[in-house]
Design a protein around this ligand. Sequence first.
Ligand code: ADP
Ligand code: MG
Length: 202
Amino acid sequence: MLDVHFFRRWMAITAASVDREAERLTALDSPIGDADHGTNLQRGFTAVRQALEKEPPATPGAVLTQAGRLLISTVGGASGPLYGTLLRRTGKALGDAGEVGEEQLAEALRAGVDAVMQLGGAAPGDKTMIDALVPAVDALGDSFTAAREAAEEGAVGTTPLQARKGRASYLGERSIGHQDPGATSAALLIAALVDAAEAGGE
Ligand code: ADP
Ligand code: MG
């Protein structure tokens, strides 16, 4: 079972990984965006990490809803409301359970990803974070490791696609040949699940 400590680790590890990869995320957002994706997420996840340390929420659902709220209020750009919705909706689906199973997390994340698709109007193949998140959720039923691989493949697989949503879509065919920054950061979020599970403890 996954307890509140697991969920706090998940967010803390994601924050560390976003810190480490911020320059790369911003560099990916440079040819097909406005070169702010890394700094946007860094600002958001720094706020999440600080809040988790200061006032640690008591349940898995509360960790994610708090993180989602903070991302919405601190991240400028499209990705803030989208990631915020992902975590808030996932947290809401977990309810106030003290511990959740992997299957329950997979179902909740599915609800979160559906909410992102509804909010942003993107479907798989549109060259967005959805291209990493949907395969990840599909694979989550097998294992966290399978989800990490599926998300990474999905992110890399955005390179040949033409963007149909978000800022990159303004470029039309010129968006082809670049990996999507949001799909890349979504793969970091999913990869952090594996690390959070391996880390164990409090
Ligand atoms: P902005 O585009 O406002 O500068 P960011 O640079 O932080 O915001 O995030 C860009 C990423 O957001 C894109 O790479 C893409 O993955 C994701 N994105 C943008 N629009 C959408 C959308 N409508 N649905 C899903 N994801 C989107
Ligand atoms: Mg941007």
